[in-house]
Design a protein around this ligand. Structure first.
Ligand code: COA
Ligand code: AMP
Length: 629
């Protein structure tokens, strides 16, 4: 069957399509129905099935002949460490850690925060939660204590699983002070903190609350898999919205298993036993779906890579890992390729390695610019598949399904909608637009299995954020178009979310931080185009009347506040003091116009602008930072 037929069958007979896909999962009780629309517009899938994620990702492979197959390859060019863990060993590690959690009173439905760097124990932690039906929430290591505190207060975890430190190429990031700081800031206090002590730094433990990762497992009985309902939350993953309060995206167990398993062959074209590598971080959705769950559920070997595309030690690291570990499909963010291209434009490092094992490269997380795609295609000589998805969906909304049919690649497009997604381009009034016309990208409800059923403890926020603008649709927050052949083009966000090196960040959250500076009366943060990271945040500060301290001091303080309160991942280094911000007559800051000026693009003077002369001041300010040329 070609892809068009597959897609059509998912549309015409969605029940049969997804129940059929569900047969690849080992259920304790097979669901009687796929879709549950009893509570529409909130939808669920596989509600009455009983299943366990860890059983499907680990135990069943041990029972079905993969016990000695490598499940996880750990490769850390930062420390030089390498390790291989078989499925049998993984089961043992996971069952013991799960046993320790049970001994500490963690049971089905309890939340557990995971704050870990790229070490195999991060996956062990996630799977241990899944084993006992606990709901993990992984927090990216590049976030500051304050962001961790916000997540602790929202998820109310019984326990935290963490490492003593993460390793960046130029520094050791001690996690324990961040955890202690976060618990001090938060209202909710987790009872137990379990720390994996790494040799690069030993964290002091607080008696009665903190436990050593291994000591806490001593003498405890390994835990068995606890079966959960198909709609049981597998995890919560916080992502940026328009305000400082991140959204807790809920991932439902049954749909998660079914959809990820389906994508491994049909999109990523790997068979069980193949090595699959996603060079991302467990703190992001890509890491959840394609470092941890997808490959393991499907019986692949996954790679936990602790390094960067460049500088660890050089721009050939990716090629070494692919060649050394026999990677068949490789997934990363376009920014990683831009970093490699900048350092090694001729691709000379690649010549040192045999990459004949590699069948395809997958890019996502941000717009893949055509230059980068062409460069990657020429260098690697394999299909370069841009695919588009979001934390909310958990797997690709649009892709090129190489495992079903290699559709013609159109550079600049993440190709076509995947099964279960009815993607439409809508105008402001919610009317479908014609091919080639730019509008808001929306997906007709229901979304397919595995996508978010709601936000954690926030049904109303879920409806308001995603389901209200276009009734009957899920609003993606992206704008773009569809061409005559059904290929999608993702052009920009319609909200205040920016994308920095594939990381999704909220300019609204950054403005909340800047507004707390005692000398800042008003501020705006915009995302300007950056050759390497796609976008970079730039802050504009209007000072309180009477403040006459040197501007560079205030800017420095703001940069530090952002690093301390959001984290280094915000990559906030550029800010400038201005007298006024451009606004509409009703007082709305004209951020989109400021972005156009920064990127030296033509723009139409907004009809509602209060005072056009302010734009000249903004241009001058941006020029001092090297923009608006
Ligand atoms: N813990 C602590 N700090 C972290 C971190 C982590 N897990 N991850 C990143 N940071 C820090 C970085 O050290 C950097 O700090 P600095 O300001 O002191 O230099 C800052 O956060 C910004 O990080 P990032 O934007 O990721 O840039 P980078 O300097 O680490 O490297 C490139 C970026 C250029 C190598 C980039 O191409 C890249 O590969 N980024 C990651 C892409 C990615 O995996 N995206 C995930 C979506 S698929
Ligand atoms: P995240 O939830 O962090 O995965 O970020 C999702 C957002 O990243 C999307 O809404 C898009 O704005 C952007 N994005 C992800 N993949 C792509 C892609 N292939 N092309 C364009 N934008 C993308």
């Amino acid at each position: 069957m070609g892809f068009r037929e597959v897609y059509q069958s998912s549309k015409d007979n969605s029940e049969a399509f997804w129940l059929d896909a569900a047969r690849a999962i080992d259920w304790d009780k097979f669901p009687t129905k796929a879709l549950n629309d009893a509570n529409a517009p909130l939808y669920e899938w596989f509600t009455d099935g009983m299943v366990n994620t860890c059983y499907n990702a680990v135990d069943r492979h041990v029972e079905n002949g993969r016990a000695d197959q490598t499940a996880i390859i750990y490769d850390s060019p930062i420390t030089g460490a390498k390790d291989k863990i078989t499925y049998a060993e993984l089961k043992d590690k996971v069952a013991h850690l799960a046993g320790a959690l049970v001994a500490k009173g963690v049971t089905k439905g309890d939340r557990v925060i995971v704050y870990m760097p790229m070490v195999p124990e991060a996956l062990v932690a996630m799977l241990a939660c899944a084993r006992i039906g606990a709901v993990h929430s992984v927090v990216f290591g590049g976030f500051a204590a304050n962001e961790l505190a916000v997540r602790i207060d929202d998820a109310k975890p019984k326990a935290i699983l963490a490492a003593s430190c993460g390793l960046e190429p130029n520094r050791v990031v001690e996690y324990k002070p961040l955890i202690d700081g976060a618990i001090e800031l938060s209202t909710h206090k987790p009872e137990t903190v379990i720390i994996l002590q790494r040799e690069q730094c030993t964290a002091p433990l607080i008696d009665g609350r903190d436990y050593d990762w291994y000591a806490v497992q001593d003498g405890v009985a390994p835990a068995d898999c606890v079966m959960v309902e198909g709609n049981h939350p597998a995890y919560i993953l916080y992502t940026s919205g328009t305000t400082g309060a991140p959204k807790g995206v809920v991932r439902p167990t049954g749909g998660h298993l079914v959809s990820l398993n389906w994508t491994m062959k049909n999109i990523y074209n790997v068979d069980p036993g193949d090595v699959f590598w996603a060079a991302s971080d467990v703190g992001w959705v890509v890491g959840h779906s394609y470092i941890c769950y997808g490959p393991l559920i499907h019986g692949n070997t996954t790679i936990v890579f602790e390094g960067k595309p460049v500088g660890t030690p050089d721009a050939g690291t990716f090629w070494r890992v692919i060649s050394e570990h026999n990677v068949r499909s490789f997934f990363t963010a376009p920014t990683a390729f831009r970093a490699i291209k900048r350092e090694d434009p001729k691709g000379e490092y690649k010549a040192k390695y045999d990459l004949s094992c590699l069948n395809a490269l997958y890019l996502a997380g941000e717009r893949a610019d055509p230059d980068t795609i062409y460069w990657a295609q020429n260098l690697l000589g394999v299909p370069v598949v841009d695919h588009w998805w979001q934390t909310e969906t958990g797997f690709a909304i649009a892709a090129n399904p190489l495992g079903i049919e290699h559709l013609p690649i159109k550079v600049g497009s993440p190709s076509v909608a995947m099964p279960g997604y009815d993607v439409q381009i809508l105008d402001e009034g919610g009317n479908p637009m014609k091919a080639g016309e730019l509008g808001a990208i929306a997906i007709k409800l229901p979304l397919p299995p595995g996508t978010l059923p709601t936000l954690w403890n926030a049904d109303d926020r879920f409806k308001k954020s995603y389901l209200t603008t276009f009734p009957g649709y899920y609003e993606t927050g992206d704008a773009g178009m569809v061409d005559e052949d059904g290929y999608l083009y993702i052009m920009a966000r319609t909200d205040d979310v920016i994308n920095v090196a594939g990381h999704r960040l909220s300019t609204g959250a950054m403005e909340e931080v800047l507004a707390n500076h005692p000398d800042v009366a008003e501020c705006a943060v915009i995302g300007v185009s950056d050759e390497l990271k796609g976008q970079l945040p730039v802050g504009f500060l209007c000072l309180t009347t009477g403040v006459n301290r040197p501007h560079d001091e205030i800017v420095k303080e703001c940069v530090k506040m952002m690093r301390d309160q959001i984290g280094p991942v915000a990559a906030f280094k550029l800010a400038v003091v201005v007298n006024r911000l451009p606004k509409t007559r009703s007082g709305k800051i004209l951020r989109a116009t400021m972005v156009k000026i920064a990127d030296s693009q033509e723009f139409k003077m907004p009809a509602t602008i209060d005072d056009p002369a302010i734009l000249d001041e903004i241009r001058d300010a941006l020029q001092t930072l090297g923009y608006a040329k």
